[in-house]
Design a protein around this ligand. Structure first.
Ligand SMILES: [Fe+2]
Length: 138
C-alpha cells in the first residue's frame, strides 16, 4: 500500500514559511502516490510536473533568502544542491514530454522526488536550523 507521509519534529526548520512549503510538497507527493495506485497516471504526473516547476522556483528562492538573512555560512553549497535538483527536474520533465506519462515514469518520479526531498530536508536543510534559531533570538 501507500506510505503516507507523516510530519514530525525532525522536519522542522525553525521557519514557519519553509515548514509550510515542505508540508505542502510532501502532501503533493502523497497525492501522486495515491493517483498512481488508482491508475490516474498521466494526469497526475502532469499535475505534479506543473506543480513542481513553480514550487521549486518559489521554495528555493524563499529558502535562499532566509539562509542569507541568517548569514548561513554554507549557503553556496546549499544553492549548488538546489541547482542539482533543478537539473533532476528538467530531466524528468523532458522525459515526460518525450514519453508521455507512463506508469514506469510515474513511479520513478514519485520515488525519486520523495527520496530526494526527504533526504534534503533531513540532512541539508537541517544544517541551517541552528542559524535560523540565532536569527529568531537575535
Ligand atoms: Fe534546501
Amino acid at each position: 500500500m501507500i506510505d503516507k507521509f507523516v510530519w514530525s519534529e525532525k522536519y522542522e526548520t525553525g521557519s514557519s514559511l519553509i515548514d509550510k512549503q515542505h508540508k505542502e510538497l510532501f502532501l503533493k507527493i502523497d497525492d501522486l502516490s495515491l493517483a498512481i495506485y488508482k491508475g490516474n497516471i498521466k494526469s497526475s504526473l502532469k499535475n505534479m510536473i506543473i506543480f513542481l516547476e513553480k514550487y521549486i522556483q518559489e521554495h528555493f528562492k524563499a529558502e535562499e533568502n532566509i539562509m542569507r538573512m541568517a548569514a548561513y555560512p554554507h549557503i553556496n553549497d546549499h544553492i549548488r544542491i538546489h541547482k542539482k535538483f533543478n537539473k533532476i527536474f528538467d530531466d524528468l520533465k523532458l522525459d515526460f514530454e518525450k514519453r508521455g506519462g507512463d506508469s514506469y515514469l510515474a513511479i520513478h518520479v514519485e520515488k525519486e522526488i520523495r527520496h530526494w526531498w526527504e533526504e534534503h530536508v533531513l540532512v541539508e536543510d537541517n544544517k541551517y536550523v541552528p542559524y535560523l534559531k540565532n536569527l529568531a533570538s537575535g
